[in-house]
Design a protein around this ligand. Structure first.
Ligand code: FAD
Ligand code: FO1
Length: 470
């Protein structure tokens, strides 16, 4: 076990994924989910190991063009955030290296090339990330440490099993919050920043010359779907995320509790894209909220979403391998949906009709329009949107597949545990209870436009988001 001279990170955030011993050599932080320099427990742990080995940290990001459901809208946002990270690291003389190809292979090769002594990476409950890590441990001879830098209470500490719902995970998180919601230590000034002329590979080639991001984009964009436009209303990156947070706390938090379910109100934080790409730490957001407005109903309502709901999504994806399929629904939901399989559907739409917002329901089409145009559908509408897909398709399996596919294709914050869980909640009653039985839904909670009309001005929402096309 390591005995660093300064313990920066709570040991319970850290898991070692293989049984290898530390070697003498630089420590690679394989940055993936938590794409930020500040407030990053995984990066801080890499510095702990580097201090112990009296070596330096090399931050590496493995870029793959085949991230499921990702396209220009997402890669554009992410790459601009990564370019900012490289600049922020360079200002601290911390080397950065972008590698491309299949991530486990490219990280494995880099580790060999620099004769790494250890690798640290961040926690992510998604199947693809678990596969990458399982592949990497087969090809390295150094320790691979995984640090939960995304959750305030580490996922495997909050609970060791799939939770039934917010009501079961909330007390477990609340009990542990004080231990984990600590301030972040600064990156130790004493970090050994390696040789000034950059990190060399075994063949003497300098690996950490500044990344040619235009060249990276050119190669990447030639191989991905580029028809979905990047968004322009949101600037990516750590600094921009902090500005959005400060603006939210000042201007929107005071009305959050009462206006957050009104999609016309602009009362939500718009932080989900930054949280998805890890460009801001949820713990930082919570720390700032508690500092500025402790205990008021708006902060409580927001922290419920940011901590309990978000960590419930990681819990679901981490412990349920079927998080994106009918199989992952609770048994009560599977049986009730099953017994209503052959109910008459009033409408049946194809994926293309959903995607182009060509249903009979203008409110639904407006929500689709908001997602396609803005890249971020309002949270209340996402529930309505997904539940209507269940109502207007011939099976719950098809409904879930269409909801996930469109969500991941157009949402800037898509391809995320929150998304798989949100779709499974809407279509398959995950984390919800049984309601009054009705056609198609069975006992899965039903939503209709009357419910929306009671909550907000649907005509205004339709006017704003129903793109001219339909
Ligand atoms: P705010 O209200 O400001 O919330 C702040 C943060 O709290 C969010 O960024 C998010 O991290 C968390 N949060 C809020 N609501 C939820 C929730 N219901 N579940 C989990 N965390 C929550 N969220 C995504 O991040 N990516 C998705 O792809 C996604 N797809 C969804 C699909 C469906 C069908 C549903 C019902 C929900 C989905 N959500 C998804 C959850 C939620 O709608 C979004 O997190 C929220 O709308 C993001 O906007 P915001 O940050 O402005 O929200
Ligand atoms: N993570 C990586 O380590 N490498 C990638 O190339 C990569 C691409 C990518 C594209 C879109 C997107 O939404 C996420 C992407 N991620 C990538 C993962 C991301 O960093 C998050 O870890 C997960 O999506 C959230 O769990």
């Amino acid at each position: 076990m390591i005995r660093p001279d300064t313990v920066l990170v709570n040991r319970k955030r850290i898991l070692q994924l293989n049984g290898r011993k530390l070697l003498q050599g630089p420590v690679i932080y394989w940055m993936s989910r938590d794409q930020r320099v500040r407030d990053n427990w995984a990066l801080l742990y890499a510095f702990e190991i580097a201090a112990e080995l009296n070596t330096y940290v090399l931050v590496a990001f493995a870029l793959t063009g085949s991230f499921p459901g990702a396209n220009l809208r997402h890669y554009g946002f992410m790459l601009r955030g990564l370019a900012e990270i490289e600049r922020m690291l360079a200002a601290k003389n911390i080397p950065f290296r972008l590698v491309t190809g299949n991530p486990p292979e490219s990280i494995g090769m880099l580790a060999k090339d620099v004769k790494a002594g250890a690798i640290v990476t961040d926690f992510d409950p998604l199947r693809i990330k678990k596969e990458w890590k399982n592949e990497l441990v087969k090809i390295i001879d150094v320790p691979l440490f995984e640090v939960d830098a995304h959750n305030v209470v580490p996922c495997h500490i909050a609970s060791d099993k799939q939770e039934f719902g917010a009501y079961t995970i909330r007390p477990k998180i609340k009990r542990l919050l004080n231990e984990y919601i600590e301030e972040f230590p600064e990156i130790p000034a004493s970090v050994n920043i390696g040789n000034r002329e950059g990190v060399k590979g075994t063949n003497g080639r300098v690996l950490t010359t500044p990344t040619d991001w235009d060249a990276v984009k050119k190669i990447l964009f030639a191989s991905i779907n580029t028809e979905i436009r990047e968004v322009t209303w949101l600037v990516p990156g750590e600094d921009a995320a902090r500005t959005v947070l400060d603006n939210f706390i000042r201007n929107r938090l005071p009305v959050y509790n009462e206006r957050r379910n009104d999609p016309n109100a602009g009362a939500v934080s718009d932080l989900s894209p930054f949280l998805h790409f890890g460009q801001i730490s949820a713990q930082r957001i919570a720390l700032e909220l508690i500092k500025t407005s402790p205990g008021d109903q708006n902060s409580e309502a927001f922290l419920e979403e940011l901590i309990v709901r978000r960590e419930l999504s990681d819990n679901f994806c981490h412990y349920n391998p079927f998080y994106d399929s009918f199989e992952g629904f609770p048994s009560w939901a599977k049986s009730t949906l099953h017994s209503h399989r052959n109910d008459e559907r009033e409408y049946i739409y194809s994926k293309d009709q959903f995607e182009t917002g060509s249903t009979h329901d203008r409110l639904w089409n407006a929500a689709q329009g908001e997602m396609v145009t803005k890249g971020k559908m309002h949270g209340y509408m996402r529930m309505y949107w997904a539940k209507k897909i269940l109502e207007w398709t011939s099976s719950p399996e098809e409904a879930l597949a269409i909801a996930i596919s469109l969500n991941d294709k157009y949402e800037l914050d898509g391809r995320d545990p929150n998304g798989y869980t949100g779709c499974a909640w809407s279509v398959g009653g995950v984390h919800d209870r049984a309601w009054g039985e009705r056609p198609v839904f069975g006992k899965v909670r039903y939503m209709n436009d009357k419910g929306c009309k009671r909550k907000f001005n649907t005509a205004e929402y339709i006017k704003t988001h129903l793109n001219q096309r339909s």
